[in-house]
Design a protein around this ligand. Sequence first.
Ligand SMILES: [Cu+2]
Length: 155
Amino acid sequence: MRNFIVAGIAAAILSPFAEANRIIELDASEMTFHQEVVVVSAGETVQFVVSNTGILAHEFVIGTVAEQEEHRKVMLAAQHQAHQGHGSRNGHHDHHDHHDGMPSITVDPGETKSIAWTAPTADDVRLEFACNIPGHYQAGMRGDIVIKDAIHHSS
Ligand SMILES: [Cu+2]
């Protein structure tokens, strides 16, 4: 009976993350995620839980090195536009507007947000997690995503 109750409570707590095999917690603050490498298995679904323990807003984006670079250009352009009075979001942006499917969350100071992500089965591309708010990546807000047991297509 006691075991049954404990199992029930655990299931209730874990239910929002039911699809993920594993939770990976990261702290974001100026200007680091406090972790340089995240290792996931090929095809594994993980739930990233990102807590902003800093004083500035940060984002957490997963993508290839090239995608992240492209995203930084868009963020920078958006910031310039905002400074010219064409927008008011200070370089920020709504989700899904120009990410081309990159998993992305923006986390305000003191906030915790989560995002589920399934690792690819091949590691032909170099993946990183990053904050692309202008200046943050350059200051160190990035890390590598290493895919364990991945299929190598390229030699
Ligand atoms: Cu940041």
